[in-house]
Design a protein around this ligand. Sequence first.
Ligand SMILES: *[C@@H]1O[C@H](CO)[C@@H](O)[C@H](O)[C@H]1NC(C)=O
Ligand SMILES: *[C@@H]1O[C@H](CO)[C@@H](O)[C@H](O)[C@H]1NC(C)=O
Ligand SMILES: *[C@@H]1O[C@H](CO)[C@@H](O)[C@H](O)[C@H]1NC(C)=O
Length: 457
Amino acid sequence: MAHSFYSFAISLFIFLVAIHLPILAWCSGSGFSVELIHRDSPKSPLYDPDSTPSSRIRAAIERSRSHSIYFRNAIHKARRSSSALPMDDANNFYSEITQSNFEYLMSFYLGTPAKKVLAIADTGSDLIWVQCVPCKECYNQSAPLFDPQSSSTYKTIPCNTISCSLLPQRSCHSSSQCDYKYGYGDKSIVKGYLSTETIGFDSTGGHSIQIPTILFGCTHHSKGTFDKNDAGLVGLGGGKLSLIRQLGSTIGNKFSYCLPSSTEASTTSKLNFGSNAVVSGSNVITTPLISGSPNTFYFLHLENISVAGKIVSIGKPMQTNESAQGNIIIDSGTTLTIIDDNSLQSVESSVKSSISLPHVNDPNGAFNLCFDVSGIGASTQFPEITFQFFGGASVVLQPHNAFVEVGQDILCLAMISNGATADSINIFGNIAQQNFHIGYDLANMQLTFAPTNCATQ
Ligand SMILES: *[C@@H]1O[C@H](CO)[C@@H](O)[C@H](O)[C@H]1NC(C)=O
Ligand SMILES: *[C@@H]1O[C@H](CO)[C@@H](O)[C@H](O)[C@H]1NC(C)=O
Ligand SMILES: *[C@@H]1O[C@H](CO)[C@@H](O)[C@H](O)[C@H]1NC(C)=O
């Protein structure tokens, strides 16, 4: 009797393994990686062949400013209310934004049969969503809309569920479906039904991965400045609805990315999950990820910025409870590094006195400190700029992490002020993160940097 039960169990196990092979293949401790495409790379549908380094940086400055406002308002809002807001709340945390406000794209598959979706990858938000049929008041999208009725695995989520309660803004229809409203900027809001679907990825190793029952938003109304090439968004934040938190222990609560220098526009970056996201080596630097509010954002504590050995100490964490709050958000979707006015002025004056090139004004009027590099020679020295994070974690920036070319022979310090108000938040932007493999370990709440040539990774 026992014997036949075991053989039944074994055949059942083999059957399950056969069905779920792609899932088990990486559940058993391996990881996977997907391509991350920068919006301005030739592989991106947003690529504009007529753009120049200076037009791209101008647009990136606008996007960075808008992100800074978004982060600040989201933090204010999270502090004011810990409970979910009703849908009709007009006081949303939205900022002015220019066209598409995001930096990176990634592909994934949704539904059964699977449909490929090109979407924004965003470490600054949680919800995964796509535009769904019917989408009457939606931004214009070039790829076909996702049709939930043509997928056998699509399910909506009822209102009275824990999943629904994870949404910051929700309401219930008479049909008891869970309605959401999720915002990014003044003009960018998506609304729809919280649902579940099978989601899939093409791993860069060549195999494909499928994960059943991932919560996502089927967007039926959208407003704002998304690009027609974005069919949705993948939230990679720290909140429970994000792809990272939903994959949870199956990826060991770990993800990482390695962003190549923006001058190497044709190379793509990788977004890694699970064991592929373990950042190791002799020169790794580790600092705690600090739980903050909202839990979407990845807060760190920046103690100092040192310029050629001169220390600029950064203001205290923005909330009274120091142990619980960081003073800087690390975000892959913000180009520039944004710091408080006093610290920025001190950093600028140290940089200014340690570079012997002539100063010029930024033609865009965005940066305070720019140099004419037409006469640059082998003897021109750039100071070592180091971000010293809590725990003695010194992240040494290379010149390409700290300076951007804004026009012919004009190089500027790639940092802007957060507007000087006391409760503004600092942001560690993606130029500063280039050529570091950066691992987010949400199980141990640690962030790890390893200097890496990301173009050859
Ligand atoms: C949407 O895009 C299509 C194809 O690109 C175009 O024909 C149509 O005019 C656009 N509609 C709006 C409202 O922009
Ligand atoms: C600060 O936050 C920590 C962790 O959340 C908590 O344990 C502590 O009680 C808080 N302290 C104050 C003064 O609020
Ligand atoms: C920041 O600077 C202070 C004062 O020089 C120093 O004591 C501290 O160790 C520095 N912090 C880090 C993380 O290096």
